[in-house]
Design a binder for this molecule. Structure first.
Ligand SMILES: Cc1ncc(COP(=O)(O)O)c(C=O)c1O
Length: 408
């Protein structure tokens, strides 16, 4: 076997729905040397990360920490820790990631009900209210921004509904946190989980998460300390949380002053997650979100300036991703291929019913930047023209420039 060379990836501008190009500051933080698991530097850094992410989630929740996994792992940690087999869970489904919540909740043994909206729309509050009355769930599990469709579910009224039915409220904010308002406490969200690879500007592999006192009480009621680290007085539950790795009660203990050993903290991801939060809070959360609104709006204008149609209900679109209807007669994969090969720019396709019908272009994290927006629009125009689709000359870049001009 010949030895492969060292890692040396080609230059890419990742303008898809995530992962996006990581902020170089995050990569630099991730190249720092390791310290031991209980080194004071390590435990201080864990505490700092908890505090920084309280800022990013706009929460006072004591239990704000990282789950060492991709975003999907944190969803699984939240659901397996909050849901006991047989519990009723209601999921509003408006795209692929709503289906993912259903799938995970079912694997947790929950009795799962859905309230569905067509892809490209959000689920109206009245329909969620009807379903809550019918199902009486103990958990309302939502996706805030469903990246598959670019739609963002409004949270107005959800806390009131959950209070009425004594139900916890969970949100998957993987695609939205940082780039769109998500005030966890003001919206009364009990559990929210994210990932670094979208608006937070880092790589995939660490999942910031936050849990309200109400959620923590439920999870701690299920606490069961594993043999080998258990001491007298530690609880052993008859029906422990069904996953060991994603047992949030044990993860809370690991992040608490007790530092009860669970997994080995992924120090490199911790450094990266810390830098992501520092970048956001240094800019100020409102300013950071405003940056996503501006560059997102410029990209939308540019797409329309090229004569292309924006996918889905515009009133409920996330700031950081735009769905673009692939013009008939154009091979969407061929366009993506030439963009990548000749310009080093990646845009996304979509899933399920939207595969081959919609491209998704992201403007988030490190790539929520004017040069990234203008460069992508110029390249997209060139590729469309090259593949035989007539587009207004300079239409994309000009329209984006107008957005920037108006904002200046
Ligand atoms: C809304 C949403 N939830 C969950 C996930 C899963 O994230 P990961 O691939 O990091 O596990 C994604 C990934 O794109 C997402 O967009």
């Amino acid at each position: 076997m010949s030895l492969p060379g060292p890692i040396d990836p080609p230059a890419r501008l990742l303008m898809g729905p995530g992962p996006i190009t990581a902020d170089p500051r995050v990569l630099r933080a991730m190249s720092a040397q390791l310290v031991g698991q209980y080194d004071p530097y390590m435990t201080d850094t864990m505490n700092e990360v908890m505090d920084l992410y309280r800022g990013v989630f706009a929460t006072a929740n004591a239990q704000t920490l990282l789950v060492d996994s991709t975003s999907r792992g944190a969803i699984e940690a939240a659901l397996v820790s909050l849901v006991s087999p047989g519990d009723r869970v209601l999921v509003p489904v408006m795209g692929r990631f709503g289906h993912l919540l259903v799938e995970i909740a079912e694997r947790c043994g929950a009795d799962v009900h859905t309230v569905d909206a067509p892809w490209g729309e959000v689920v109206p509050l009245e329909r969620i209210a009807e379903a809550m009355e019918r199902v009486r769930p103990s958990l309302l599990a939502t996706v805030h921004g469903d990246t598959s469709t670019t739609m963002m579910q409004p949270f107005d009224g959800l806390r009131e509904l959950c209070d009425r039915y004594e139900c916890l409220l969970y949100a998957d904010v993987t695609a939205t946190l940082g780039g769109n308002p998500f005030p966890t406490d003001a919206w009364g969200v009990d559990a929210a989980t994210a990932g670094l690879q979208k608006c937070l500007g880092g790589p995939s592999g660490s999942a910031p998460a936050t849990f309200s006192p109400r959620a923590v009480e439920l999870i701690e009621g299920r606490r069961s300390i594993e043999a080998g680290i258990r001491v007298d007085g530690d609880p052993v539950a008859a029906h422990p949380i069904r996953s060991n790795y994603f047992d949030l009660a044990m993860i809370f203990d690991y992040w608490s002053p007790r530092r009860l050993n669970h997994h080995t903290e992924a120090a490199t991801m911790l450094y990266g997650a810390r830098e992501c939060a520092r970048i956001i809070l240094e800019a100020g959360l409102p300013a950071y979100q405003e940056r996503h609104s501006l560059h997102g709006a410029a990209m939308v204008a540019g797409v329309e300036g090229l004569g292309l149609e924006v996918y889905g209900d515009r009133a409920h679109k996330m700031a950081n991703v735009v769905g673009v209807v692939i013009p008939s007669g154009i091979d969407g994969e061929a366009v993506r291929g030439v963009l990548l090969r000749d310009f080093g720019i990646e845009i996304g396709t979509s899933f399920g019913p939207l595969a081959g019908r919609v491209w998704r272009i992201g403007t988030m994290g490190y790539n929520a930047r004017k040069d990234a927006v203008l460069g992508t629009l110029a390249a997209l125009e060139a590729v469309l023209r090259r593949l035989g689709h007539a587009v207004p000359a300079g239409g994309g870049v000009e329209a984006a420039y107008d957005v920037y001009g108006a904002a200046a």
